[in-house]
Design a protein around this ligand. Structure first.
Ligand SMILES: Nc1ncnc2c1ncn2[C@@H]1O[C@H](COS(=O)(=O)NC(=O)[C@@H](N)CS)[C@@H](O)[C@H]1O
Length: 458
């Protein structure tokens, strides 16, 4: 089945997300999908909290004059902003934007908070919904008009070096985040013609979807002093002088959920990394005539043994085991425990790994919890390694010269993936995009060398 068909179908069949909301680019997180979102964003919350960030919350509405303060910024967003023009029947004297991102409300407040260098650094983040009137093809969790899970971090520093350092730290935080989810990535410095509006430069994380197209799943921007000058975030320096703050911001969105689904899934459905799986272990009792009691008792015993350590579910529905297997494989439950009379007699438990499809037996004894924990960790490791293998298979290094353009075009239209061209100044320009009829992701390090990365993107 073709990937985008698989993707839309799985969102519905696995109970993740319902696209039938009557506004284009807006959808509904269903309970199962909401739990995956919650566990996923708990990881980035923890990573940010552990690295000196504080979570805060800013208003969604931005007065027009505030949004328009930084010229580059508003130029980049003016075609995407949703406006509120009325309060009830009363037309507003100042129209209000629904935040497309929150530099302007946050930096307006930072000006009030920052007076002296000891008020810095500020490292805030919020996880909110933002709105962008995307004119390109909208896609569930990938290109939304209401971005329902927008984690945006905003920092302000007393020196240029510290802001540079923060960009590097943010890249490391995102690497840890995506590594925890087993999502492969290429980190590139976006070309100047494709950086964030108002930034000095943008570092971007791109992953590769099963159809070979790349997806920007996170960005880190060095804003320099551009916004600080516009918003007058001025502080007294240690030697009694004055300077504008140096700022960064970095964001991820629902695309992380889309990537977990797309990259780890298979023809049977989702395969969820245990760390974000709403159900990590599902127990399926194999009921045989005359043995119901024995099997159910053992199933309940295993359930109560595991329930404090794992997110475990006992499926005691009165349907055939095969139906239960399909349901939980569709929902990507990483580990299944099957309990039948023969196993009980032999003091065994049968495990089924969703990532490899392999079934094996372990002893039903006091080592059970450790066995389950070990198996879940093995599953996580395997899923990450397998995703990176698929990712690396999509990467092709091509020595560039004009004669190679057709070869590059063919690869990108057939197999897609990412083409890496050894970096050279004289080909790194916007014309290159027209030549190869694809996007220049930017300049990247791959296996120790410097390349220009090119790809068809989402
Ligand atoms: N329409 C959209 N739907 C879903 N995710 C999106 C959409 N637009 C952007 N994103 C995601 O949001 C991330 C951050 O957006 S951004 O424009 O690059 N950067 C900012 O807005 C900065 N203020 C950092 S928070 C992007 O890397 C991308 O992964």
């Amino acid at each position: 089945m073709e990937f985008s068909e698989w993707y839309s179908e799985i969102l519905e069949r696995a109970g993740i997300y319902d696209v039938r909301y009557p506004i284009k680019g807006c959808g509904v997180y269903l309970p199962y999908g909401f739990k995956i979102r919650r566990y996923t964003f708990e990881i980035i919350r923890k990573l940010l909290d552990e690295t000196g960030h504080d979570e805060a919350l800013f208003p969604m509405l931005i007065p027009e004059d505030l949004l328009a303060k930084e010229a580059e910024h508003i130029k980049g967003f003016e075609d995407e902003v949703y406006w509120v023009t009325h309060g009830g029947k009363t037309p507003l004297d100042v129209k209000l934007a629904l935040r497309p991102t929150s530099e302007t409300p946050i930096y307006y407040m930072m000006k009030l908070w920052v007076k002296v260098h000891t008020d810095l650094p500020i490292k805030l983040y919020q996880i909110v919904n933002t709105f962008r009137y995307e004119t390109k093809h909208t896609r569930p969790l990938i290109r939304l008009r209401e971005i329902m899970t927008f984690k945006e971090a905003h920092t302000a520093h007393a020196t240029k070096e510290e802001a540079e350092e923060q960009v590097k730290k943010a890249v490391e935080i995102y690497k840890k985040f995506f590594d925890t989810l087993g999502i492969p990535y290429l980190v590139s410095k976006r070309p100047d013609w494709d950086k964030f509006p108002g930034a000095d430069y943008t570092m971007a994380f791109d992953t590769i979807f099963p159809d070979g197209r790349t997806m920007q799943i996170g960005t880190v921007h060095n804003l320099g002093q551009n916004f600080a000058k516009t918003f007058e975030i001025i502080f007294e320096t240690p030697d009694g002088g004055k300077d504008y703050a140096y700022q960064t911001c970095y964001g991820i969105s629902d695309r992380v959920i889309a990537s977990i689904i797309a990259i780890h899934g298979d023809e049977k459905g989702l395969i969820l990394p245990p760390i974000v799986a709403p159900i990590q272990v599902v127990i399926v009792p194999l009921i045989f005539k005359g043995k119901e009691e024995m099997v159910m008792n053992k199933a309940k015993e295993i359930y109560s043994l595991l329930k404090d350590k794992f997110r475990v579910h006992l499926d005691d529905r009165d349907i055939r085991p095969g139906r239960k297997f399909n349901d939980w494989e569709l929902k990507g439950v990483p580990l299944r425990i099957e309990i039948g009379p023969k196993d009980i007699e032999n003091g065994k438990i049968t495990l089924f790994r969703r990532d490899t499809g392999e079934k094996f037996q372990i002893d039903d004894n006091e080592g059970l919890i450790d066995e389950i924990e070990k198996t879940l960790n093995t599953i996580s490791e395997n899923m990450k390694n397998r995703a990176w293998e698929k990712f690396d298979a999509f990467i092709k290094i091509v020595e560039f010269d004009e004669s190679k353009i057709d070869e590059i075009k063919n690869i990108l239209s057939e197999k897609r993936g990412v083409i890496l061209i050894p970096y050279s100044d004289d080909i790194y320009n916007e014309e290159l995009e027209d030549k190869v009829e694809a996007s220049v992701l930017g300049v990247t390090e791959y296996k120790g060398n410097k390349y220009i990365a090119i790809a068809r993107t989402y």
